[in-house]
Design a protein. Structure first.
Lengths: 243, 209
């Protein structure tokens, strides 16, 4: 057995993971090869460090409400029926009706019907009061801050980019969640949508941000709030096509 | 692979030793729509799955999200569960695969140059870390190194060295041969040993021993 092959075997022998039939061979090699004996000692020390880490507790324990949150998320998602059950779950006649509706929606979508509808809705304005936005954020909202002057904290949360329309009225342009609001990927203002949002809002003076900090939240919890806001306001920049 | 060689998992819950049979019964109830049974199943298994997710992802926020996703996927696929197979095999496989998917999706793990990283150098590698501080440093160093392992090596390393499954159990969980598990385990350990040497040169300095 050469030393390179022996090294791979030693990495298993160090924890007793080498099959019996190979154990005698490696032990014989170790008796005859001083370099491999030394390497075996190094591997033992490396393995000891790993074992000690594996025996120690994970620094941040699981949150106590974990299982309740899982059940809550299951309940929330079960309220939205799947396409399959909506089409085929109850009666075939409804399934056929569903298929026909989808075809009709496809035709309308292809013809630009919905784009026109959405554009009209945006054009006529869907600005709402800060009070309503605050209520829809379940009361945990902070802001509105001028987006140019706002430094997001390194904490988990949900945020919305707003366009100030007049006085106390805002239009929600974009909503997202992040495990760390200060991280680069969380903040659309910094990079990908800045030009589009500015162009849409007319000036950076009109663009604000509202934040709901949820430091101990899981992604699923944050996504529920984000989904609610998107459903309620249908923000322009949450549409796949952007502005 | 010989089914009889696959040990029945023992899980401790509130001081009571539970075997697979009890959890299997809970899963069967959950399969027939009993949401309370599923919640109990989640409560019993949550820490183990969170542990795997933490060791795969390296941080608690991601681990919470991954563990949530594992149980949500488990619930949505529960009707497909074939009772003739051990639920634990299915559950742990889901945990490692969801972890890998999650890390890919969020693309947050980057190659870390350990040569420049002085943050971990206080732990005593020659006798193993002993204090909480040393353990914390060593956990950070090993976490960073394992995050850069190829997917299969990372799965095998986490399941064998951090979770304590044996190679046959891991083969069942990952759906491969035990010999394949050993190959990936050896490679993972050699890479970790090499990286540890970069951070702790005294690992190979025999004068200190």
């Amino acid at each position: 057995m050469n030393c390179s092959k022996a090294r791979e075997k030693m990495a298993l022998h160090v924890s007793g993971d080498l099959p019996d039939k190979e154990r005698a061979t490696i032990e014989l090699h170790l008796i005859n090869c001083r370099a491999c004996r030394e390497e075996f000692e190094v591997l033992k020390r490396s393995q000891l460090a790993i074992v000690k880490v594996s025996e120690s507790d994970i620094p941040v324990p699981l949150r106590g409400d974990f299982s309740r949150n899982v059940i809550q998320n299951i309940s929330d998602s079960s309220r939205t029926p799947s396409i399959r059950s909506a089409l085929f779950g109850w009666k075939p006649a409804l399934g056929i009706l569903g298929v026909l509706c989808i075809i009709a929606l496809g035709v309308l979508s292809f013809s630009g019907f919905f784009e026109n509808l959405i554009e009209n809705r945006m054009a006529t304005g869907s600005a709402v009061s800060w009070e309503k936005i605050s209520k829809d954020f379940a009361g945990c909202i902070e802001g509105p801050y001028r987006i140019e002057n706002y430094n997001p904290p390194p904490a988990a949360g949900v945020f919305a980019v707003l366009q100030k329309v007049n006085g106390d009225s805002y239009k929600v342009l974009y909503c997202d969640e992040s495990y760390d609001l200060a991280s680069y990927r969380a903040y659309p203002w910094i990079y990908q949508r800045k030009r589009q949002i500015l162009s849409y809002a007319g000036s950076d003076e009109n663009v604000y941000v509202a934040v709901c900090l949820k430091p101990q939240s899981s992604r699923s919890e944050r996504e529920i709030l984000e989904k609610n806001i998107i459903e309620e306001y249908k923000p322009q920049f949450n549409k796949k096509s952007g502005a | 692979m010989d089914d009889a060689l696959f040990k029945v998992s023992t899980i401790y819950y509130r001081g009571i030793i539970l075997k697979d049979e009890h959890l299997h019964a809970l899963l069967m109830k959950a399969r027939s729509g009993d949401i309370d049974a599923f919640e109990e199943f989640v409560r019993i298994n949550a820490n183990r799955i969170y542990g795997i997710a933490y060791q795969m992802s390296g941080n608690s926020d991601d681990a919470h999200d991954i563990a949530q996703e594992v149980f949500l996927r488990l619930h949505s696929g529960i009707k497909k569960y074939d009772p003739q197979f051990l639920f634990s095999t299915w559950l742990y496989r889901l945990a490692v695969n969801v972890s890998i998917d999650y890390m890919r999706r969020n693309a947050r793990h980057t190659n870390v140059s350990l040569n420049d990283d002085r943050a971990f150098q206080n732990a005593d590698i020659t006798s193993g870390p002993d204090t909480d501080y040393e353990l914390s440093e060593m956990r950070g160093a090993i976490g960073k190194i394992s995050a850069d392992l190829p997917d299969m090596q990372r799965k095998v390393f986490v399941l064998r060295d951090l979770q304590g499954f044996d190679c046959r159990e891991i083969a069942r969980i990952l759906g491969c041969r035990a010999s394949t598990v050993r190959v990936h385990l050896a490679r993972a350990r050699l890479k970790i040993r090499g990286k540890l040497e970069e951070i702790y040169p005294e690992l190979v300095n025999t004068k200190k021993l």
